[in-house]
Each structure stands twice: as C-alpha cells, then as structure tokens.
Design a protein around this ligand. Structure first.
Ligand code: GDP
Length: 369
C-alpha cells in the first residue's frame, strides 16, 4: 500500500497529496517501477529548468530562516568543484551569523601540492565572491584528513550555539556529517551517503552534548554543475575517488582535446605550449585536429570518446561555446564545473574555445595549483 511505500531513490515515505512536501509522487507515476518521489524524479531528469529553480527557491527560503537564528553556519564546498559548489549570496541569507568554510575532498589533489597555498587561494576566491568567513578549513571527510581541525574550528567558533551545515549536493556533506555524528555528537546512527544528488531530505537535527544541535540541511541542486546533468550511473566516472593524475599535453594551435563526450577544449590560437588536465582519471582524453573535431564528435560521441551513451547525451543540453583568452604571462585554470580544470601556464598567451552543455559553468580563474 502507498502509505507504507518509500521512494526507491531517497527512502522518503511516499504521498500523493501535497506537491510541496517531501515524498510527493503524482498518482499517474505510481505504476512506474521502481517508484520514486517527484523530487528524485526531477533530480534524475532535471534538464527541466523549472524543477531546478524550485529546488533553489526552496533552499533560499530555508537559508533565509538561518538569519533569524543565533548559530554558526558551516558551509561545505567541494575543492574539486569550488566555483560550482560555493553558494553565491550565502552572506545575505545567514545574517550576522559567522560562516566557517569547510573545503572538502583535499585528498583529490596530487600529493605534492602545498596545502597552505591552496588555503590562501580559497580565502582569496571566497573573498572575491563576497563571502566573509571566520575561518577556512581544508579536509577530506572520506579519507579522514584534517578532521581534527574541523572539530577544533567548531569548538572555537560555535560558542554554545547551534550549527547549520549547508552545501550543494555531492560535496560530501553526508560523509562529513556522519563523521561529526561519530566524533562530535551524542548520536550513534548514520545517515545515508551516496553518489546520487539530493539524497538528504529536509533538515535533520543531530543532538550535541550541550542541548544544541547540528542541523543538516538539504543539498542545493545547481544545474550549472556537470554532476547534476549527467545520468546517475555516470557519476562514478565523473566524481574522482583517487588523487587526480594531472595529464600534460603539448598542443599546437589548431588542436582539440575531448574530455570524454562531455566537453571539448580547442587551442585556437597561440604558440605551442602545454596544458595540464585535472579531471577524473576515469574520463577519456582524446586529442585530434580542430578541423576534424566536429566530425569526430558526431561519429564517436558516446563510443570511442567515452560515455555517457548517445541516448543519454541526447537528454542533456546541447553544447555552447565559451571563448576564453589567457594573456601573456598569466597562470590560469579553465574551470568546467563538475568536470575539473585545465591549467594554462602561458608565456605567450592563448586563445581557447571550450564547448560544454548549455548552462554548465565555464570560467577562467587564477590557478589553484
Ligand atoms: P552530499 O550529497 O554532499 O551529502 O555528499 P555525499 O557525502 O553523499 O558524498 C558525495 C560523493 O562524494 C560520494 O561519492 C562520496 O564518496 C564522495 N566524497 C565525500 N567526501 C569525500 C572526500 O573527502 N573525498 C573524496 N574523494 N570523495 C568524497
């Protein structure tokens, strides 16, 4: 019976009455197998811009409520998708409450990287986004790196208040909360973690020893991240789970590199130079001549170039082109949200074209490494 059925996607109890409430499923969708709630359905098929906007609105309403509380706000971002997972405008919603920025997934950076430098970089980027933070802590929730410092920071800045944990989907919020439950709270039980976006429904209250709570809020869905628009099954290819092996390519202008079937990087103009790709080791990189690129993509997307499949690619927005210019002597990253970045360390300058599904955030930033 429906009153006992739960969503195969997120586990919430299903209901057919109230669309705004968790677990809603339209009557007409009950005969699907498996039955999933509308929220999960939209997350899986969120090429519909409208459904995504609803998620963002909901989230902003929730954030607005935080301004009226007296609390510490912990904002978790994903170092691998920094610009994609930073909640823009967070400052406006948290009011006077302090924000602690916890940057997760440092384990993905190559071992040789200097973490102090990364921390400075994060501070600068956050500041440029208008986000004032009381502190920045780097960690890996999964590999248990830097977690002592997360706890230290909580102790230092909480001051007997509640802690609101906010973040985009897939930044590792559940993984981190589970660690907090083990090492910091009064509670034993674990929440679910998964590779799938939007798994944590509604705010969850986790009791602390002093009668206060850690409040875990739903992950916000940003349609500008590649992780949100690929089919669920492809996330394990896209999300790196081991340190990224940088791939260096010496390119002449007029050469193209495909990143799986997800994005295309053209070196349009400039002297021969190297480009370093920081993307999941599970993604194919394929080099070709720019003049051949279109034909090659038409023929080999979803095949030789790698997944997702042609049918799944059809469900995703078509590519748009981003023209980017790196000036002489600049060290920049071409950032593609959810995919990674390409470091350009250009003595002579470079004109680049990046193709990615429409709506995916593509930008030039100061090099993280
Ligand atoms: P949430 O959607 O923010 O709650 O994220 P989850 O905790 O479900 O994690 C999303 C994905 O990121 C999962 O595949 C996790 O295994 C992975 N993940 C979480 N924390 C880390 C981390 O510190 N490093 C790495 N490499 N992956 C992580």
């Amino acid at each position: 019976a429906l009153h006992e059925a739960s969503c195969a996607g997120c586990g919430v109890r299903l209901q057919t009455e109230t669309q705004e409430k968790p677990g809603y499923v339209p009557e007409s969708a009950l005969n699907r197998d498996p039955v999933i709630c509308q929220r999960c359905f939209r997350i899986r098929n969120y090429n519909e811009a409208a459904s995504v906007a609803i998620d963002q609105d909901e989230f902003l309403r929730l954030l607005g409520g935080i301004a009226e509380t007296d609390s510490l706000v912990v904002h978790i971002v994903d170092l691998f998708d920094f610009e994609g997972s930073l909640i823009s405008g967070l400052q406006r919603f948290v009011g006077a409450n302090p924000v602690l920025l916890v940057v997760n997934k440092v384990d993905l950076l190559p071992k040789a990287v200097n973490l102090n430098r990364i921390r400075n970089w994060v501070q600068q980027q956050a500041k440029a986004e208008g986000l004032k933070t009381v502190d920045v802590v780097l960690c890996s929730a999964k590999k248990n790196i830097g977690f002592d410092r997360v706890i230290e920071a909580l102790d230092r800045y909480r001051g007997g208040r509640d802690v609101y944990v906010v973040g985009a989907t897939n930044v590792g919020k559940s993984t981190l909360i589970n660690r907090l439950i083990r090492d910091y709270s009064d509670m034993e039980e674990e929440l679910t973690t998964s590779r799938y976006p939007g798994t944590t429904l509604d705010a969850i209250y986790i009791p602390l020893d002093d009668g206060k709570y850690i409040i875990d809020t739903p992950g916000i869905v940003y349609p500008s991240r590649m992780t949100e628009i690929v089919p669920r099954g492809f996330l394990q290819t896209l999300l790196p789970d081991k340190p990224i092996k940088p791939h260096v390519y010496q390119l002449n202008d007029g050469q193209t590199l495909f990143i799986g079937s997800l994005a295309r990087f053209d070196f349009v103009e400039g002297e021969r130079q190297s480009f370093t790709f920081y993307v999941s080791n599970a993604l194919n990189l394929h080099r070709t001549k720019l003049e051949r690129a279109e034909e090659l993509y038409a023929e080999h997307r979803g095949g030789l170039l790698g997944g997702p499949s042609v049918e799944q690619l059809e469900e995703m927005p078509a590519w748009t082109r981003h023209s980017l210019r790196v000036k002489r002597g600049e060290r920049k990253d071409v950032f593609i949200s959810g995919v990674g970045w390409i470091q350009v360390n250009s003595d002579s300058g470079a004109l680049l074209d990046v193709y990615a599904p429409k709506g995916i955030k593509v930008l030039l930033r100061n090099s993280i490494i």
